[in-house]
Design a binder for this molecule. Structure first.
Ligand SMILES: [Zn+2]
Length: 339
């Protein structure tokens, strides 16, 4: 991607002799910081992504720190549109980026939205700086729709009136495009994703209390707080916590919020072949640092897998000894579903 005229200053940082900064860079940086600080991300969290050559839009810092980084190191090459800071990039048809194994919500979609993740595509085009994750684009898109018009206090996604959820879906349609026959599938998918995204958004808000998020009006925020302080909510979250505890981290995985599909893709990229079921299981359930299990359940599942495997191998060798070669008497092979 070629550099647009109005961003040429980004690569003209130092004066000849490299002893001082150019005026256009100093001026441009002011513009960049001002722009980044006008975005919801900053207004809400008081930090922005750092597009310096070292941080590559992955790390977050205060605007002052980011300013220092960029003056010292310069921008990542190719970051001509500030899409990680809320700027819209020229429309890109992402169909060719969408992997066929991705969930239905991505199939046949043309994303013309310039959410934060689009920087990844631009960066990928230029330097393989970042990885594009269509899943994140969609989830961020959902959050943006919810934020755009949050006028009712409700405890969860399902408790919002259908009309409100549909209104958000209409917003979503403005940002993403797909073929009409996917409409129902996408609506049902969005309902699922939005439900967990809403839970997460509320959790984030509660963690930062008494800070009001930029997307809630005063009245709604007040009402939400009353609900979160209510006995009803406390009993419910206590019960959820007990359920989680009794499950000993059933949903815990390494990789944090990185979708498994993406981890799989990265493993494949790294080795050039599909990872085996076990390799993938180790990667997602054992810590990289010391190869310890993420929790007891992950370990128990693996042990059970090994036990079954040994049992089957023993049965197989026993049947060979007995001269039974009839395939009908073979024990079922282990499949991915056993893990
Ligand atoms: Zn940096």
């Amino acid at each position: 991607m070629t550099i647009p005229e109005h961003r040429k200053w980004m690569i003209n940082r130092l004066l000849p002799g490299k002893v001082a900064y150019t005026d256009e860079f100093i001026k441009g940086m002011e513009e960049f910081i001002k722009f980044a600080c006008s975005q919801p991300k900053y207004l809400y969290e008081k930090i922005i992504r750092c597009p310096c050559k070292i941080c590559k839009n992955i790390k977050h810092f205060t605007p002052d720190e980011v300013n220092v980084h960029i003056f010292k190191k310069g921008f990542i090459p190719g970051y001509w549109y500030w899409t990680s800071h809320g700027e819209e990039a020229p429309s890109i048809n992402l169909n060719e980026h969408v992997h066929s194994s991705d969930s239905i919500s991505h199939q046949g979609c043309i994303f013309d939205m310039s959410s934060s993740s689009q920087s990844n595509i631009l960066a990928e085009d230029s330097e393989h700086v970042n990885r594009f994750d269509p899943h994140k684009v969609v989830i961020d898109g959902i959050a943006n729709c919810i934020w755009s018009k949050f006028e009712l206090a409700r405890p969860s996604w399902k408790k919002f009136p259908e009309s409100t959820r549909e209104m958000w879906f209409e917003e979503f349609k403005k940002k993403f495009k797909w073929l009409p026959h996917y409409n129902d599938a996408i609506w049902s998918n969005i309902n699922k994703r939005a439900s967990s995204k809403t839970t997460q958004l509320f959790q984030d808000v509660r963690k930062k209390l008494p800070l009001k998020p930029h997307w809630m009006g005063d009245a709604v925020f007040k009402e939400m707080k009353v609900y979160w302080e209510s006995d009803e909510f406390k009993t419910k979250s206590e019960r959820n916590k007990e359920n989680r505890d009794s499950n000993v981290g059933a949903s815990l995985h390494t990789g944090g919020c990185v979708p498994h599909r993406l981890i799989y893709k990265r493993m494949k990229e790294a080795t050039g072949k599909d990872p085996s079921v076990l390799e993938f299981y180790f990667r997602t359930h054992r810590k990289k640092s010391d190869e310890s299990w993420v929790n007891e359940k992950a370990e128990a599942t693996y042990n059970e897998f090994e036990r079954k495997k040994q049992e089957i191998l023993a049965a197989q060798s026993a049947s060979v000894v007995n001269g039974e070669t009839n395939s009908a008497s073979q024990p079922a092979q282990l499949s991915e579903m056993d893990i």
